[in-house]
Design a protein around this ligand. Structure first.
Ligand code: GDP
Length: 366
């Protein structure tokens, strides 16, 4: 056999192995729902909302929060605002005649970045459960109760949820959401999940710790630090749900995805000393994320090159079908026309984005 074929086959096996292992673990454990011992609870809640120039949507967001099924006397809203548009006036007017919830409005004179703003808001939050949400996401009525039920388990310090709809999003994004929910459910059942989502995450106030002011993955960093310092689990519950608005425009979506990738890669590297510690979190969950975010994008890229080269040298003209199929796959994926193969493309797209993020990080572009 041609050595290139052997090399390409080996690369494909290496690329697929961790996913196969993941599949075996999934089949063995059959995780579903939350791993927490959930029970009804009604703690006091601080909802932290960072805002930067959100005058177009902030009122809708406040409407959405006030409609949550929860006694509003038990809720405070902590807004940290760095806008130079009318956002904070709109918020102040909105609360002028409201008895509940209480409003704490932190007004920043200049935009210092999201992580320092959040540190300040978390410091100001006084209630037992601290919920972080973004302006452009929408929450179902039961979300606070579902989160509180998870935190009622004394072994759990934080919970994040599932993105059930990308408003204005594509099939590719939808495909990826499904894959991510499987991964996060298994991670949570093993111990804790790695990624925490900006549109909805809930934390025990007592467990909060400051995050790196230059963080590009603030929610995930907070959860990781909590897992390390509190010794409690930070989990994923698919019953905790939210809807997120997709950025309009391909370039903006791409930039956001790459930035998120950079934040996660940097975080894993910064916290490399956690590998192998903290039970299955450091022994299985973090290594899997290292593989998925840092190693796999390059193995996938090498596999694609290897398979193409092997096809070309061994089967002459028909070998051209391999690169042609790849180009068609990417073209159809970009146009969102892959039907049942959309999740596969979304995985591929994520790996490409992570490779780009790594290059940008190495070049110091952030
Ligand atoms: P995206 O909307 O998912 O792209 O995420 P962003 O990181 O842009 O924003 C998440 C939330 O943080 C939104 O509610 C923004 O208004 C808010 N936000 C973004 N940057 C800043 C900032 O520098 N300061 C403050 N206070 N809020 C911010």
């Amino acid at each position: 056999m041609h050595p290139l074929v052997v090399a390409a086959a080996a690369l494909v096996v290496v690329a697929a192995l961790p996913y196969a292992l993941f599949g075996v673990l999934y089949a063995a454990i059959r995780p579903s729902g939350s791993p927490a011992d959930k029970r009804e609870a009604e703690p006091t809640v601080s909802i932290v909302l960072p805002t930067y120039n959100e005058e177009r949507i902030v009122e809708k967001k406040l409407d959405d929060l006030l409609e949550l099924d929860y006694p509003m006397e038990k809720v405070e809203l902590v807004v940290v605002d760095s806008s130079d548009d009318a956002t904070r006036d709109i918020i102040r007017d909105y609360f002028a005649d409201l008895d509940a919830p209480d409003l704490t409005l932190i007004e920043e004179d200049e935009r210092r970045g999201l992580a320092p703003a959040l540190n300040e808001a978390y410091e100001a939050a006084e209630n037992e459960m601290v919920v972080k949400t973004d302006c452009d996401s929408y929450l179902p009525d039961d979300v606070l109760r579902e989160a509180a039920a998870n935190l009622a388990d004394p072994a759990v310090a934080a919970v994040t949820g599932r993105n059930v709809e990308v408003l204005g999003g594509s099939g590719v994004e939808e495909g990826y959401r499904g894959i991510q929910a499987y991964i996060q459910t298994l991670e949570a059942h093993l111990d804790s999940t790695f990624i925490f989502h900006g549109p909805f995450s809930a934390f025990e106030n007592d467990a909060l710790v400051p995050i790196d002011p230059s963080s590009l993955a603030d929610d995930t960093e907070l959860a990781l630090r909590i897992r390390r310092t509190s010794g409690k689990r930070v989990i994923f519950d698919p019953a905790v749900q939210y809807k997120e608005a997709s950025h309009s425009g391909f370039v903006k979506r791409r930039t956001q995805k790459d930035r998120r990738g950079m934040g996660l890669i940097r975080l894993l590297v910064q916290h490399r000393d956690a590998l192998g510690r903290y039970g299955k979190y450091g022994r299985v969950v973090l290594p899997f994320n290292w593989w998925f975010m840092i190693v796999s994008p390059w193995v996938v890229a090498l596999s694609v090159v290897g398979v193409t080269a092997a096809a070309l040298v061994t089967v002459d003209m028909p070998g051209l079908l391999v690169p042609a199929a790849l180009v068609t796959f990417v073209y159809l994926g970009q146009r969102d026309s892959l039907g049942p193969f959309a999740p596969l493309y979304s995985l591929f797209d994520t790996q490409v984005s992570l490779a780009r993020a790594a290059v940008e990080l190495l070049r110091g572009d952030y």
